[in-house]
Design a protein around this ligand. Structure first.
Ligand code: TYM
Length: 349
């Protein structure tokens, strides 16, 4: 782990893995097509880790039904998201890639953990507050207990790190609380994981509303991994900035949120600091800056889109990856589940 990442330091993990590699785990809901926020906030930090860590990445399809989904679309996206994971550099030989609903242990552990999570804790989750005000006609129990399923997703695999964007930090913190509570009653059952949040890219804002996080619910301001280059260029050219004309490319999050967001995207992709970017565009206007950011994004996403398109045509291969991933994931997950069942007193035969 490098200094450019925020890791909440914790005590030693209870389950020593000896000389084994440390573990990483994360997931994304296939509730929409993957976007630049998912890429920069999460996936970019997952790729190229397989040599150092044992990595588990999944599609959180069970989480998506907390909001109504079109079944055929959910099925399509669940398969296509796997193609996109692989195209982003996640080699299925080196990473365990799987679909959440293929591993029943997620739902099984979730029930147990429900009984070790407090109503008050779940009431404080900002994602629940946001979603229940957005979907007023469907405030279902799943929306409320969503973080418990997420805790089960994580704790089943005993990961050391959970690489996520900033908006998921609260859920990972709750997971830690649940793990610590369970361990304090039953002994060292769960590894207490640490959120792994990149300093840059952890929160990408929408291009048309740069004070809201980039999300698929605002397609005009959201750049999708599968967008064609001309679409990406158009979205960036239309990005909301400000009417500054005198050296406008300056980092000022509070007063120039649109520019700060574009600078963050550019910095995350090029590795350049904000000072370097200010120097590069000194005396130049948005007419030069916006297309330059767009070009960098296009250069990054074009090969990903092309490879994903190729893989999407090979359903047989994707099915094989899913089958293999589910087996490897279930092996680890069931081991934890058996231990939990034993600890809480479920009779075993
Ligand atoms: P989800 O599907 O909303 O987002 C997936 C990942 O993308 C990150 N992300 C962003 N990062 C930066 N800027 C943005 N605008 C942006 N939008 C999304 C998210 O932080 C996340 O890392 N509950 C999770 C899915 C999940 C999960 C898990 C994650 C279920 N179980 C276990 C980790 C571990 C979610 O809804 O993420």
């Amino acid at each position: 782990m490098t200094d450019s990442h925020t890791i909440q330091k914790e005590e030693q993990t209870p389950q020593s893995k000896g000389n084994e590699k440390k573990r990483m785990l994360s997931g994304i809901q296939p509730s929409g097509d993957l976007h630049l926020g998912n890429y920069l906030g999460a996936i970019k930090n997952w790729a190229d880790r397989a040599e150092e860590y044992e990595c588990y990445y999944f599609m959180a399809d069970m989480h998506t039904i907390t909001v109504r989904q079109e079944p055929a679309e959910l099925r399509r996206r669940s398969l296509h998201q796997l193609a996109q994971y692989i195209a982003c550099g996640l080699d299925p030989e080196k990473n365990v890639l799987f679909l959440q609903s293929h591993v029943p242990a997620h739902a099984q552990l979730s029930w147990v953990l429900n009984c070790y999570t407090m109503f008050g804790e779940l009431s404080r989750m900002t994602q629940f507050k946001d979603k229940s005000s957005k979907y007023k006609d469907n405030i279902n129990a799943g929306l409320f207990t969503y973080p418990v399923l997420m805790a089960a997703d994580i704790l089943l695999y005993q990961p050391d790190y959970v690489p996520v964007g900033d908006d998921q930090k609260q859920h990972v913190e709750l997971t830690r609380d649940i793990a610590q509570r369970f361990n304090s009653i039953y002994g060292e059952v769960f590894t207490v994981p640490e959120p792994f949040i990149s300093k840059s890219g952890a929160r990408i804002y929408g291009l048309s509303s740069p004070t809201d996080k980039m999300s698929k619910s605002d397609p005009g301001g959201c750049v999708f991994i599968m967008d064609e280059p001309d679409v990406i260029m158009k979205k960036f050219k239309r990005a909301v900035t400000d009417s500054d004309t005198d050296n406008p490319v300056r980092y000022d999050r509070e007063n120039k949120p649109g520019v700060a967001n574009l600078m963050n995207i550019y910095s995350t992709l090029t590795g350049k600091s904000y000072e370097e970017i200010e120097q590069e565009f000194a005396g130049k206007g948005y007419g030069v800056f916006k297309p330059a950011v767009a070009e960098t994004v296009i250069d990054t996403l074009k090969p990903v889109r092309e490879e994903a398109e190729r893989l999407m045509k090979d359903k047989e291969y994707l099915n094989r990856v899913y089958k293999d991933g589910a087996e490897r994931a279930a092996y680890v997950a069931n081991k934890t589940l058996r231990k939990v069942y034993k600890k809480v007193g479920f009779y075993q035969i």
